[in-house]
Write a new protein. Structure first.
Length: 107
């Protein structure tokens, strides 16, 4: 079990996808650039096989975890993690039901 105090340490915010591109030399990796309010963040995620139409991802809003330790994947540093549901091993993106300002906290 996680305490409420531990959960509140997570900095989950709504990010808006500004750009997304395939990571060169990697079949599964996408590099996203998110507007998360007062800054932009690059997040690398293994979702390329599930989202072949990158243009459809631009402008989408979704929750991202910002205060996770950066990780380098195929030479690209990821400064966050996209929060998605796992349905039969495939990511399903979560989205607010109405427009939300980038950087809005998720609680």
């Amino acid at each position: 079990m996680v305490t409420l105090e531990e959960f509140n340490k997570l900095d989950i915010r709504i990010g808006k996808v500004l750009a997304v591109e395939k990571v060169s030399g990697a079949d599964k990796l996408l590099k996203f650039t998110f507007d998360v309010g007062e800054e932009q963040r690059e997040i690398v995620a293994g979702m390329a096989e599930c989202f072949p139409d990158l243009d459809a991802l631009r402008g989408k809003e979704m929750p991202v975890l910002l205060n996770i330790e950066p990780r380098t994947l195929r030479g690209q540093t990821s400064h966050g993690m996209i929060i998605a549901a796992d349905v039969n091993g495939r990511p399903v993106l979560l989205q607010p039901e109405s427009e939300v300002a980038p950087g809005s906290r998720v609680r």
